[in-house]
Design a protein around this ligand. Structure first.
Ligand code: TXA
Ligand code: MG
Length: 319
């Protein structure tokens, strides 16, 4: 069944079959995950991977995440280790991405991982993503389904806004529950968080029982893809703001400023997971309303707040 947009599809058995068929042919589709919507293509296929970079306008040096149904599939392509097993058992499928060494005979196309010897792998939890991954015999290279450096999409309509009819199929799976991208953790040597997410440092520390390095506070990212300007709604953003200025959109936590069209609470109860889930949706909404600037109050630097701070800092960056 089609929605009012000709390339947005409601998920049915028939659409599942069609999605699989087009993916096998090397066509890209946008599918929902629990974090954000992805732009999916066969990670083993050169032409599919090339199409992803081209469509997103993504620099070739920024590697993609390769998505699998489970560890059995993934271990064909990457060398797994103890830390991975521990985290996988606890958090996968779910919003966490692991950087591991690529196996010598891995079929992942080198362009997918920007010719690095490492690969980022993830096991998404969303029912639709899982039902697709279960039925194909290749993993999906899948960045967020947005033009490079824009805000990631959290519903099918957002994907449509980014690419219009340039994607053959956008599978509608409702709003992404997590609402920000997965935690990226490098497990090659000492565990190190390259991109903070909803699964935060303290949760990971509990499982690994070791110190975890974290790359959230400073903006110098080692990961090649950690471009500074990112997640940007396309209007200026100022963070750590104490008070509204009367004309700009003001993003805050709590319910202090009810009934004012300039004010946007990310969570009435100041719940940081809820705030993360509402962040990108709020950015898009504010942009659509025609505001010229966004002010954001200080967001506590704890739990999911670490990831929120990371995203707003980069959205606010103009470099
Ligand atoms: O939640 C998510 O992770 C979403 C959904 C669709 O799964 N995907 C996503 O992909 O956010 P993308 O391409 O927007 O972000 C991938 C991040 C980039 O920052 C990239 O640099 C990093 O993962 N990455 C990928 N491969 C890497 C590698 N081998 N070493 C270090 N960083 C890597
Ligand atoms: Mg992205």
């Amino acid at each position: 069944m089609k929605n009012s947009y000709s390339n947005i599809f409601t998920f049915t058995e028939k659409i599942l079959n069609k999605t699989i068929k087009v993916l096998k042919k090397g066509v890209l589709v946008s599918i929902p995950t629990e974090t954000v919507y992805g732009l999916a293509g066969n990670a083993y296929s050169k032409s599919s991977v090339k199409k992803i970079f081209k469509l997103k306008g993504r620099p070739k040096f920024n590697p993609l995440i390769v998505h699998y149904y489970d560890v059995v599939q993934a271990s064909k392509d990457v060398i797994i280790n103890d830390n991975f097993i521990k985290l996988y058992k606890k958090f996968s499928p779910g919003p966490i991405t692991f950087i591991l060494k690529k196996k010598k005979y891995s079929k992942i196309h080198p362009l997918a991982s920007a010719k690095l010897e490492t690969v980022a792998i993830r096991f998404p939890k969303h029912k639709i993503a899982r039902s697709i991954l279960k039925r194909i015999n290749f993993p999906l290279a899948m960045p967020s389904a947005n033009i490079s450096s824009n805000v990631s999409p959290v519903c099918a309509q957002d994907v449509f806004e980014e690419f219009k009819q340039k994607i053959k199929m956008i599978i509608d799976g409702g709003k992404s529950k997590v609402g920000i991208e997965s935690t990226v953790i490098d497990l090659i040597n000492k565990p190190k968080i390259l991109r903070p997410g909803i699964i935060d440092c303290s949760k990971i520390k509990k499982i690994l029982k070791s110190k975890i390095k974290q790359k959230a506070n400073n903006i110098k990212f080692r990961s090649p893809g950690m471009l500074k300007k990112h997640y940007s709604p396309g209007i200026p953003i100022l963070i750590n703001q104490k008070k509204p200025d009367g004309t700009s959109a003001f993003i805050y936590l709590g319910k202090k400023y009810k009934n004012n069209k300039n004010f946007f609470s990310l969570s009435k109860n100041s719940n940081l997971s809820e705030a993360a889930a509402n962040l990108y949706k709020t950015f898009r909404f504010i942009k659509k309303k025609g505001f010229k600037k966004i002010l954001i109050t200080k967001i506590p630097f704890k739990g999911p707040g670490i990831a929120i701070n990371d995203r707003i800092k980069r959205a606010a960056s103009n470099k």
